[in-house]
Every structure is written in C-alpha cells, then in structure tokens.
Design a protein around this ligand. Structure first.
Ligand SMILES: C[S@@+](CC[C@H](N)C(=O)[O-])C[C@H]1O[C@@H](n2cnc3c(N)ncnc32)[C@H](O)[C@@H]1O
Length: 398
C-alpha cells in the first residue's frame, strides 16, 4: 500500500481538513490520483506496475469504501473537498475495482444515493467527463500509420465512458458484436420466441415482453399532448408492442420506421402494411427520416424511439431530425436504457440527455417507475437493464 492509499483508508476519525491538506501534498509530490492498489501490489512484488490485472482499485475507490456509514455535515464537506482534489489531479469516476464496482456503485451500496452530495459529485464528474470526451472526439482526427483517417468507432483513443465500462465487462467478446455493430445486426437472422425477439445465433435480446408496461407508459405520453387527429411516429417495431398499443388509440396517422428485413417480413405477415392509418417507413431512420424532412409535408404530435444496436451518438444525430419533424407542442420519448447496467451511469446519462436537448430549446422530464421484479434474462445472452427504477423520458420544447 502506498502513502496515498494509507491516507485514504481514513484510519483517524473524525474526518477533518487535515486529510485535504495531506492529500494535496501527496498528489503534488507526484503520486498519480489514479495509482491503483493493483499497481502498488505489483510494485511490491517486483512485477511490472502496468501489467493488466483486470481491475483498477483507484484512490477514489479506497476513499469511498473507507467512509463510515454516517457522516456529519462537516465531514461530508471535507470528503467532498477530497473528491474535488482527486478529480483535479485526474481521478476517473468510472474505473472498476476488484469487485467490478465503480466508486459511484460503492457509494450507492453504502446508502449514499441520489441527493447525497457525495453521490451527486460522482454523477457530476461523469457528466463533465462524458461531455469533455465528446468534445475531444469531435476535434481529434485519428490517423493510422499510412495517414488514412481511422473510423473513430474503431479507435479506443477517444471512447466514451459508457464504452469504457462496457468494454471492461466484456473483454472476451467478439469484435463484431451484433449488439454493438448495426451492420452486423441487420445481417443477422432473428427469431421471435413466446416472449422476446432475439438474434438467432447469439441470442441477443432485441426486445422482451417485460417491457410491456414501459411501452404502455410511453404510449400514454405519445397521446398526452396530441391534437384531434394525432400523427405519431414510432422508430423500431421489434415485437410491435408499442405499435399495437398506439393502434388502440386510433391515431389519424401512425408511421412506423423499421430497418430489419425479418421484422419487416413479420409486419407484412401480420397485415401492418394494409392498415389504413399505418405508413411503414422501410429502412434505417437515418435514411427514411431525412427523406421526410426534405419533403417537409409531415409533422408529428409524438415521436418514439427504441432501436437496437445503436449508441448515444446515434441519438445525438436523431435529435436533429426530431426538432425538424416534431410539432411545437409535440413530445419525443425513447426507451431509456442509456447506461442502465449501472445506476450511476444511468444517472449520468439522464443528466446528459437533459443537457443535450436543452441545446435544441427542449426540456426532458423524467418519471421514475419502480421495477420491483428483475426481468428474466435466462434465455438471452446478457441483460441490458439492471436498475430497479426505470426513468421514463418526455422531451418537449421549453
Ligand atoms: C427494441 S426493438 C423495438 C421494440 C418496440 N418498441 C416494441 O414495443 O416492440 C428495436 C427495433 O428497432 C429496429 N431498428 C434497429 N435499428 C434501426 C434503425 N436504425 N432504423 C430503424 N429501425 C431500427 C430493430 O430492427 C428492432 O425491430
């Protein structure tokens, strides 16, 4: 253990400003704010400090793990200052420790949750880091050895926080994962089971019927602000759950955008193409919506977005389409699984969505829905939602 780790074990209570001064001194002396327990152990054993041990138990982890279960107001202020100092010296908010936990996960488990200044400080650090990385991504041109620009998605130099966490969990995964790469997904064979839609070969859960209540809630939002003759757009048909619910409200026009040939075949079989008030936009929304925008003849009371194998960068692109296609009083909503494999990431993304839509003069209101029962992930490759609260978004022009 290094002096830094020793200090952050908080062996002397109460926690006073002396800790802040000592911490600053150690970091100033050159110990990195990211110096992990694993690196210290390798150093002690005479091994390469940079060897990959599969986990990164950082000083911030040690600090939050060492916190007593109750802190006075003064102690909370001191710990906040210590966190500020660590972040100032480059601590990361999202490294995963020997128990596969980020500092935010540890705080949450210890009962320091939403509204607690320490937990909120981690969320804030996550939001800043994500927005900063995005800026860097925009400005750096990645060059390969032969000076050809490299596809940013293929480079790990500027990846988002979410991608880093996901990678840490899934290091053994094949590089062309259907859940990660949309071109692979669109080529993969799909299978409808009794309660899900999955990729046939690797059993990725594209859609599962545990989401039905969430879809009902979303459907209700879509009609909440609509005029007398609602025109709605749903992006991503999947199992047709939300589209069936939308049809119950007899919309004037119901656009459905769907890209996968197997899903389109199912829609054809089930008569969706023949319904009077349904317009099927065949293909990726990236192509079909820009055509609608160019025509400039259709505007929506409500737009819902729930696709597969897309990333937050796709949503950023979608916002441009949404603002052009939504009526001024309309509403945009989406299946909110952003960062939902960890509560702290889920909270970071909630804030990021709000920051991003504000750039378009919109506001996002989230409704918290408890999910007391864990979905059954037995027949799919991996879970895509691990939180016990769902945050349903409603985005409207402010
Ligand atoms: C999670 S499912 C949608 C589930 C749907 N909300 C329901 O209630 O059943 C995702 C759907 O989006 C489709 N999809 C994925 N990427 C798309 C894209 N870029 N454009 C249009 N559809 C896409 C998938 O083929 C799949 O049918």
């Amino acid at each position: 253990m290094s002096n830094l780790h020793d200090l952050l074990a908080l062996n002397t209570l109460p926690i006073t400003e002396i800790y802040v001064d000592e911490l600053r001194k150690l970091l100033k002396s050159g110990i990195p704010a990211t110096y992990t327990l694993e690196q210290a152990a390798s150093h002690e054993a005479g091994r390469d400090e940079d060897e990959d041990t599969g986990s990164n138990t950082t000083p911030l982890h040690i600090l939050v793990r060492s916190l007593p279960s109750k802190l006075s107001e003064d102690e909370t202020k001191v710990v906040l200052q210590m966190m500020d100092v660590l972040f100032e010296y480059g601590a990361g908010w999202n490294f995963l420790d020997y128990q596969n936990k980020s500092p935010g996960d540890v705080l949450w488990e210890k009962g320091f949750r939403t509204g607690n200044p320490l937990y909120e400080r981690i969320v804030e650090a996550g939001v800043s880091a994500e927005l900063l990385l995005r800026r860097l991504d925009e400005n750096i041109e990645f060059l390969s050895e032969d000076d050809e620009p490299v596809d940013e998605e293929e480079s790990d130099a500027g990846e988002t926080i979410d991608a880093q966490i996901t990678q840490a969990q899934d290091v053994e995964e094949a590089p062309r994962d259907t859940a990660e790469h949309q071109d692979e997904y669109l080529k993969a064979k799909l299978e409808y089971t009794d309660n899900s839609l999955v990729t046939q070969e690797n059993r990725d859960g594209v859609m599962m019927d545990w989401e039905t209540d969430i879809m009902r809630l979303a459907r209700d939002s879509l009609f909440k602000y609509a005029g007398k003759e609602p025109v709605v757009l749903n992006i991503g048909f999947g199992m047709g759950i939300i589209d069936t619910l939308i049809q119950e409200q007899s919309p004037y026009k119901h656009y459905i955008c769907e890209a996968h040939p197997d899903v389109l075949a199912r829609m054809r079989e089930d008569g969706w193409f023949e319904r009077d008030n349904v317009v099927v936009l065949e293909g990726r929304w990236q192509d079909t919506l820009s055509a609608l925008l160019d025509e400039g003849t259709v505007f929506f009371d409500a737009i819902y977005y729930d696709t597969f194998s897309e990333h937050y960068s796709d949503m950023l692109e979608l916002y441009d389409n949404v603002v052009g296609l939504l009526k001024p009083e309309g509403v945009f909503s989406f299946f909110n699984g952003l960062g939902a494999d960890r509560r702290v990431c889920y909270d970071v993304y909630r804030r990021i969505v709000d920051v991003d839509v504000r750039n378009y003069g919109m506001k996002c209101h989230f409704t918290a829905i408890p999910l007391p029962e864990k979905p059954d992930w037995e027949n799919v490759r991996r879970s895509y939602f691990s939180c016990d609260t769902y945050f349903h978004p409603e985005i409207r022009f402010a």
